[in-house]
Each structure stands twice: as structure tokens, then as C-alpha cells.
Design a protein around this ligand. Structure first.
Ligand SMILES: C[S@@+](CC[C@H](N)C(=O)[O-])C[C@H]1O[C@@H](n2cnc3c(N)ncnc32)[C@H](O)[C@@H]1O
Length: 243
């Protein structure tokens, strides 16, 4: 679907996109709390953007897992002694046992609802009882005007879906930093309702949707005016679920 090894130099440029740095990261960190003494698995860690941020909190052990050798090598080079990086395929490998799973932007790589259910079973099995799963999912919209799409480009991402909002439909995601094109990724659309149903079938409880936050640094650096409409236009879903 995506040749991540070929995106090794481009993808890390997304780390300073306004939306990723000042909304997605602080929102995810807030949803992962409490981290004190917890073992965390960051699924699809790439070169460790979220893993390092989690390790800086009071977490105990952090595993960063990714199927791309090149990204894991890059993550290890960035060095954070508290993170244990491993090359693992989330669909076919057993994940380390943990208290918290962070899975941002990865469940949309499932090819079908069946595939997605198997992945959620894998997550469920690697969580200790009472453990928490945090999901960030791509939720493209069909109702945005050209002007609203331009605003989303300014925030960092433009998403288009082929064939309507049907489970499994292909999503094209163009990523930008300050309007400068970074790269295009492909993923698959799943309705929040479908994900919630599967989570529940797998055995997860307390399944909750969340709204993103924008951190104070984002408001300081870009100004309040810049973020106007972000909370109406963002094309992401945030879900937490408990085993
Ligand atoms: C959109 S990137 C996100 C990287 C990182 N979480 C971030 O936000 O900076 C998706 C990551 O998922 C990884 N990935 C894709 N399929 C995977 C799989 N089956 N198992 C584990 N990782 C996978 C890719 O190699 C890539 O690093």
C-alpha cells in the first residue's frame, strides 16, 4: 500500500506539521495518561516520534514496533535509552505484553473489516487486564468546500477517498508542512461506528470518542487566528478502549 522504506527521508518532515506537533501529539499524550509505571507499545512507531515523547513522560518501558527495517534503524540512531525498538508486523506478530497501546494512523492499513478485527484481537491479546488502547484513525470527509480543503492543507493534511465513505475504500492522504508538500500516503477508510462495533466484539469495554486539543505552544507560535476552524475541519477520529 505504501513503500515506507522509500519515505525514510520524507516522512519525518511530518513531525513539525502544525497539526501533528501541536494537536495530534498533545491529544495522544493526554489520552495515553496515566503513564506512570506503565509499559507502553507504540505500534507503527516509524522513527519514534510518539515513542520518544511517551518515554519522556513517566512511563516505565516503551516498545516501538514497526514493520520497516529502515525506520527502526533510524529510530535506534535517534537514541532514546528507554525505548526498545523492534521490527514486527502488527498483523502477524505477537506484540509485547503491555498496559497501554498507542496506535496512531495504523489501523487504516487493514485491507478489510476481517483484517481489522484480527488486528484488534492482536492488540487485545497483548494488553494486560484493565489495559488501554488509544487509536487515531483517518476520517476523510466528503462535505468540505475548496476553501475548507485549503485550510486543511495549511494545518497539514488533505484527504480524499475513492468511491465514497464505504468500509475499505482507499484514502489518499497528502501531507504538507506550512503549505509545502511532503509526501502522499494511502490507507483504507473505516467508519468510526464499524471500528467501535469490532472493538466491542473483540471484548473491549468503555469505548469512547474524543475531540482533539491544540496546545498552548501551537497557539503561541501560529496565533489563535491560524487555528480558527481546525476543530471543525480535522479529519481524524480519536478512540480509547479498555480491556
Ligand atoms: C503513517 S506512519 C506513522 C509513523 C509514526 N507513528 C508517526 O506518526 O510518526 C505509519 C507507520 O506504520 C508502519 N507500518 C505499516 N504497516 C505496518 C505493519 N503491518 N506493522 C507494523 N508497522 C507498520 C510503517 O512502516 C510506518 O512507519
Amino acid at each position: 500500500m505504501n513503500k515506507f522504506n522509500e519515505l525514510l527521508d520524507q516522512y519525518p518532515k511530518t513531525n513539525i506539521k502544525p497539526d501533528k506537533k501541536h494537536s495530534i501529539l498533545p491529544t495522544v499524550l493526554k489520552l495515553l495518561e496515566p503513564l506512570e509505571g506503565k509499559t507502553v507499545v507504540d505500534v507503527g512507531c516509524g522513527e519514534g516520534f510518539f515513542s520518544r515523547a511517551v518515554a519522556e513522560r513517566n512511563s516505565d518501558v516503551v516498545y516501538g514496533i514497526d514493520s520497516s527495517n529502515s525506520f527502526i534503524e533510524r529510530a535506534i540512531k535517534k537514541d532514546c535509552t528507554k525505548v526498545v525498538y523492534k521490527v514486527l508486523d502488527m498483523f502477524s506478530s505477537e506484540l509485547p505484553m503491555c498496559d497501554v497501546i498507542n496506535a496512531p494512523f495504523v489501523i487504516n492499513y487493514a485491507n478489510s473489516l476481517d483484517d481489522l478485527k484480527k488486528l484488534l484481537v492482536n492488540f487485545f491479546n497483548s494488553l494486560n487486564n484493565g489495559g488501554k488502547l488509544v487509536l487515531v484513525v483517518d476520517l476523510p470527509r466528503l462535505d468540505l468546500s475548496e476553501d475548507q480543503i485549503r485550510k486543511n492543507r495549511k494545518f497539514g493534511a488533505v484527504k480524499r477517498v475513492d468511491g465514497g465513505l464505504v468500509d475499505g475504500a482507499n484514502i489518499k492522504i497528502e501531507l504538507f508542512n506550512n503549505e509545502k508538500y511532503i509526501c502522499t500516503l494511502n490507507s483504507n477508510y473505516f467508519a468510526l461506528e464499524s471500528i467501535e462495533r469490532l472493538l466491542s466484539e473483540v471484548g473491549f469495554k468503555s469505548i469512547v470518542r474524543h475531540k482533539p486539543i491544540i496546545d498552548k505552544y501551537g497557539k503561541k507560535v501560529y496565533g489563535e487566528e491560524f487555528w480558527k476552524d481546525y476543530l471543525e475541519l480535522y479529519e481524524l477520529g480519536y478512540l480509547t478502549a479498555i480491556k
